[in-house]
Design a protein around this ligand. Structure first.
Ligand SMILES: [Zn+2]
Length: 160
């Protein structure tokens, strides 16, 4: 089966041979902000993986602002747990295995139907999270992928 691996390695080789990697990039965030987009925003429970990563950026990498950026016309908003489970079934995942994840996928995917509403929900959850300090503003934006226009949905600090 053809994969992209060889193409990626060839492109990387050409990139290096043509000396395009001219500037070492710092491992520390220079703009001091964290950005959550589409899929990230589904994992913002109190101590979900996304929140743990955010806490790392805040307390270790000195992040000063959080941006939640959703996008209109989100492919995930148009699907459901039923669809993904159906596709898994079609690709050979057993009923026994599907039963183990069905509930989890319903909770994860099915409430997500409106990207703008999702951004606001995420902001509400992050503002309620006691581990995110009050001096970090949390901004909510949504981008139109067809025009690139950003709409501001919310900004500001946690209420104290
Ligand atoms: Zn999306």
């Amino acid at each position: 089966m053809a994969t992209l691996l060889q193409e990626i390695l060839t492109n990387n080789h050409e990139f290096l041979v043509n000396n395009k990697y001219t500037k070492e990039i710092s491992k520390y965030p220079q703009k001091k902000f964290a950005l959550l987009t589409c899929m990230d925003t589904r994992l913002v429970e109190l101590m979900g993986e996304t929140v743990k990563s955010l806490l790392l950026t805040i307390y270790v990498f000195d992040i000063k602002e959080i941006f939640i950026v959703g996008h209109y016309d989100c492919g995930v908003a148009l699907t459901s747990s039923k669809d993904i489970l159906h596709n898994m079934r079609s690709r050979g995942v057993s009923e026994q295995q599907l039963k183990l994840i069905e509930k989890d996928f319903q909770v994860w995917l099915d409430p997500y139907t409106d990207p703008a509403k999702n951004v606001l929900t995420v902001i509400k959850k992050l503002k309620a999270n006691p581990f995110i300090p009050n001096d970090i503003p949390i901004h909510g934006l949504i981008i139109d992928p067809h025009t690139g226009k950003l709409d501001l949905l919310a900004d500001g600090y946690k209420e104290t």
